[in-house]
Design a protein around this ligand. Structure first.
Ligand code: NAD
Length: 491
């Protein structure tokens, strides 16, 4: 990885120096160290990438799927070989622990593996004799130039929810990673260059809102995949639709877990602690509210205080550290303010993490925070905190608990902990969320299932990953054919 503070380069048919003056610092959230300068790309940077991608498209779509996936087999090998290096970069720029970075790279690789199934996944279907002598078929064709805009919290995984499927289906692809964590993508693209893909098949443009807006307005960009906060997801979805583009936009979350009195207390405490505080709570599948039903309340509350209070916080590169910093100073201040607001609104403070990291003041450290009896009308009950804060809420019955979840406007994930199959089935059946966990804390779909999300957590119809990705990245073309024998005899 380059440690110089020359602005990072874009990749548009090859590496391309940026000549924009506008740059941002990339900061290690664990110690405040400056890692790089990222250019905040301009229209001409997007134009160069779109031009490269559009020029590469006609030849790439004609390349047989079997040949296209050979590049992905090689990419898997490169990622496997350089997993430790990529994990280190991911931890340095994002703050999560090395174990967490390794785990997200594993997820990235799984998506590369699934996209290698494209010769099967991309098949259409057909039927002879839909009328006498007439046959009909559905074939899938790539869209053209497609783009993905990704968030800071999974720098290694989320770009690969899209890139492998997009190019395996015959599209050419542009990535705009988060300007706060561009280094993992930068290094991944250095490996991608080793694949000797035809120039322009994959492209990387660094930047922020300007790049996003130019991609959304560009007439040659056919489809946009977005992952990030709900207000930006809504904006991107509306603007893409107004431009006639296909869009899938994953937004924020406020995930609830329902804990029934019959749940295994030790396992539940361990799993909920990991979900709420892993990645410093900066996972879109992090549990943010625990709804504890009936007499489970007292024991679970005590167990959670003990478990959350014993988490070791520090630099994610250090052995034994279980939770790293949050991404920026501003995030740390915002999270601390929201905690204060929750207390003002009437929540009881069980564990106050706002003074986290006094020994490491250059990092954006918070310790785990636990709030009890969060009033349903508190702002905190409805706001995505995206930090290491778990609120406890009490419910008398399973039905009351499900009602609490229904009142939340997001629908990314909800989990239940119970030993009752009937309760689990009712939960799965009734809860309005796209990803459901049963005795699971982070119900992250594997690469061959869609990464779902409902309500304010997703705008669109088909999701990322698996078969949905193939659906998103292809047009369906239906052909109805008549070939009467008597016409052939004319030759
Ligand atoms: P963000 O919305 O601030 O940024 C996401 C992307 O949008 C970045 O690439 C950024 O450059 C760009 N962007 C930011 N503001 C923009 C604007 N005004 N106009 C156009 N583009 C803009 O999100 P973030 O802080 O990077 O990531 C955290 C958020 O992402 C959380 O809300 C989290 O829940 C969500 N997230 C959701 C999922 C999911 O699967 N639903 C997964 C991961 C993260």
């Amino acid at each position: 990885m380059s440690r110089s503070f020359q602005p990072l380069r874009h990749y548009a048919g090859g590496w391309r120096a940026s000549d924009v003056k506008d740059c941002a610092d990339v900061i290690n959230p664990a110690n405040g160290e400056k890692l790089a300068r990222v250019p905040l790309g301009a229209k001409k940077d997007v134009d160069a990438a779109v031009q490269a991608a559009a020029s590469a498209f006609p030849e790439w779509r004609r390349t047989p799927p079997e040949e296209r996936i050979q590049y992905l087999f090689k990419l898997k090998q490169l990622f496997e070989r350089h997993l430790e290096e990529l994990a280190q970069i991911c931890t340095e720029e994002n703050g999560k622990t090395l174990a967490e970075s390794r785990a997200e790279l594993r997820r990235a690789i799984e998506n590369v593996e699934v996209a290698c199934g494209v010769p099967t996944l991309m098949q259409g279907y057909n039927l002879e004799d839909v009328a006498a002598g007439i046959d009909e078929m559905m074939i899938r064709q790539p869209l053209g130039v497609v783009a993905a805009i990704t968030p800071f919290n999974f720098p290694a995984m989320i770009p690969f929810w899209f890139l492998p499927y997009a190019i395996a289906c015959g599209n050419t692809f542009i990535l705009k990673p988060s300007e706060r964590v561009p280094l993992t993508s930068q290094r991944a693209f250095e490996f991608i260059e080793e694949l000797d893909l035809p120039p322009g098949v994959v492209n990387l443009v660094h930047g922020g809102k300007t790049v996003v807006d130019v991609l959304l307005e560009h007439p040659q960009v056919q489809a946009i995949s977005f992952v990030g906060s709900t207000p930006v997801a809504k904006y991107v979805y509306a603007k893409a639709a107004a431009q006639g583009k296909r869009a899938q936009c994953q937004g924020g979350a406020k995930n609830h877990v329902l804990i029934l009195p019959d749940a295994d207390l030790d396992a539940t405490t361990r799993i909920v602690t990991d979900s709420a505080f892993g990645c410093a709570g900066q996972r879109c599948l992090a549990i943010s509210v625990a709804v504890v039903v009936g007499q489970a309340q007292k024991e679970f509350t005590k167990a959670m205080v003990d478990a959350a209070g014993s988490i070791r916080v520090g630099n994610g590169l250090d052995p034994g550290v279980q939770m790293g910093p949050v991404i920026t100073r501003e995030s740390k201040a915002r999270i601390a303010d929201l905690i204060g607001q929750g207390v003002k609104d009437g929540a009881d403070m069980l564990l106050d993490g706002r003074n986290g990291g006094s020994a490491q003041s250059a990092g954006n450290f918070l310790n785990p925070t636990l709030l009890d009896n969060l009033p349903p009308l508190s702002e905190l009950s409805h706001t995505e905190i995206f930090g290491p804060v778990l609120s406890l809420v009490h419910a008398e019955t399973l039905e009351d608990g499900i009602d609490t979840i229904r009142r939340n406007s997001y629908g990314n994930m909800a989990s239940i902990f119970t030993t009752s199959g009937a309760a689990a089935r009712k939960f799965r059946y009734e809860v309005p969320a796209g990803n459901i966990g049963v005795n699971i804390g982070v119900a992250a779909p594997m690469a061959y299932f869609p990464f779902s999300g409902w309500r304010d957590s997703f705008f669109g119809t088909v999701h990322g990953q698996g078969r949905d990705a193939i659906e998103f990245y292809t047009h369906k073309k239906v052909v109805v054919e008549r070939w009467p024998e008597e016409w052939s005899r004319r030759f």
